[in-house]
Each structure stands twice: as C-alpha cells, then as structure tokens.
Design a protein around this ligand. Sequence first.
Ligand SMILES: Nc1ncnc2c1ncn2[C@@H]1O[C@H](COP(=O)(O)OP(=O)(O)OP(=O)(O)O)[C@@H](O)[C@H]1O
Length: 327
Amino acid sequence: MPVILAENLSKMYPVAVKEPGLKGTAVHFFKRTYRQIKAVQNISFSIEPGEVVGFLGANGAGKTTTLKMLTGLIHPSAGRINVAGHVPFQRKFAFLQKITLVMGQKQQLIWDLPALDSLRINAAVYGISDRDFHQRVGELTEMLSLHDKLNQPVRKLSLGERMKAELLAALVHQPHVLFLDEPTLGLDVNAQVSVREFLREYNQRYQATVLLTSHYMADITALCQRVLVIHEGQLIYDGSLDGLVDRFAPCREVNVELVRPQPAETLSLYGDLESVDGTIAKFLVPQERLTRTVAKLLSELEVVDLSVTEPPIEEVIGRVLRSGVAS
Ligand SMILES: Nc1ncnc2c1ncn2[C@@H]1O[C@H](COP(=O)(O)OP(=O)(O)OP(=O)(O)O)[C@@H](O)[C@H]1O
C-alpha cells in the first residue's frame, strides 16, 4: 500500500495584476484583478514505503509547491492526497509525527542558541520522553558525526555542520516519511557526500520513505532508483533513472581507435559521425542499431580499440529539464 498517494493534484496561485504607474496603483487599490498561475497541473503518483524517490524539475517547475501540498502547508486547488494514512492539509498531530520537511534554504534551529536547545524544544512539541530523546539524539549524532557540535551556538557551526544539525532536528521525532527540498544546497563536495551517506543509512536503518529534490545530480544518482520529473507543473516522467536515460537519450556514443585514418565520408556510413581526430572517431548510434553497428565496424575496419558509452546522466537530465521533452 502506498505511503504517499497523489491523484490529479493541481495548484493554482492567484496573482494580482497591476498596471505600472500612479494610475495603475490607484486602479489596483480600488479594483484588483487576478491572473492564475498554474504551478502544478493534474499530477498523479504513488510511492511505496521505504522508497527513495528523486523529484526533479527546473526552477519554477512546481517541486516546492508539490512538497508543500504533500506536507499540508498549502491546500491543493484540486485532487486528492494521502500521506501515511492522512489527509495532509488537516495537519493532525498524528500526521505531523510521521513526516518531516527539510528545506535547504530555510532553517528551524535558533541562530544564537546551541542546537541542543532547539532539539529540546522539538522534543517537547512532539512529546518525546527524556529517555527516547537522549537515545535518538545520541544515535543521530553518531550517524551524522556531530559530536561536540550540538553544544555550540548554531551561528558558530559551519554550513555543513548546520545542515546536519538541521537534519537531526527534523528527525528527532523519528518520522517515517521525509520530504527533503534541496538538503545539500550550498554545501561543499565533502559535506554533500556525508549528508548523502547519512540519508542512505537513515533510509536503510528505519525503512523511511524519502522524496528528495536536488539540483545536484550526484544526490539523485547516489540515492534514488526512481525519479519523478516535473516540467511546467506537469509530470513528464515517473520511472527508473536508467529508464530516463533510455527514453530521453536513445543514442549511445561509440568511440573507435583505428589502425589508420579513414576519410570522414567512409566513417559516416557507420553512424552519425560526431568527431574525427586522426585515427580516433566518435559516432552517435541509436541503441537499437548498436550491436549491428559495432559488429560492422569491427568486421570492416581495422580497429585497435572500441568502447561504447552512455551520455552522462547529468547531461540527459539537464536536457530533459531544459526542454521538458515528454515521451
Ligand atoms: N505563493 C506563490 N504565489 C504565486 N506564485 C507562486 C507562489 N509560489 C510559487 N509560485 C509560482 O509557482 C511556480 C512553481 O513554483 P515552485 O516554487 O513550486 O517551483 P520549484 O520547482 O520548487 O522551483 P525552484 O527549483 O526554483 O525552487 C513558479 O512559477 C512560481 O513563481
């Protein structure tokens, strides 16, 4: 049974339209007109317990709006949502105990206090006993390598340490469903890796379900087997990362090193010739013709070396996000 279910979910934001100038301001004051921004349009998906799903989309595609609807911060304009057996917008305590939302660009820890004080506030809000609090904070501190850091004022922590402390604060009530909006935003490579490793371990240890947005593809490739891609409010892909490459990048790159150089016209007979540099040629070959093309190259030309590469996932996703090419 899915732990996150969204059916025909939409969100429109009314935005007041104002003409420029004094006259526009006066008209706007007495008679407001609105236009509707379709931030999310009729999207449906379901996520099973324990899945880690990447939620991808360009700036303004509708990711944060969707996460806000799934966590009950805003009401959908249309559609149905069920998360962990609850309707999010009702914001029942039993629902809030099961979920967490971490936004990389927002912080919940109090700047001038040690993180531990903020954690104690969270424990009181969620009604966590002293015993559970110490046990959970101890375990998470260990997993996040945050020893000694929780007693320092938050403002004295590095960005990476602060993000880890934010995660700790968001997880102290042991939620089953994690909504993570850019959890590695602005972190250096090492801090990104340790947050990623922590999330992987947390998912495995507690079978938590994770829906994660990130502009760092390494987060997605390291953590998610499945991705949802949203473009201009519409869901254009729901499936595996490998499937995304197959669907949106149907060609493979074939690199050949020949014994002696060949004219470009001869090489073009084997596929789309991307480049030739002396004895080294690069072709783009549709996947369905790959085996035949490689066999032909090996039998008809004198080949020193041949390799086939998939386009990098970052490149494929970048292309999908820019163009929103649907299947
Ligand atoms: N409160 C709001 N009022 C009006 N329009 C909004 C509001 N919040 C978001 N939008 C608009 O809705 C669309 C989707 O925004 P959203 O923040 O969900 O995108 P996003 O995919 O999270 O983008 P980013 O990666 O830049 O955070 C955008 O066009 C945005 O300008």
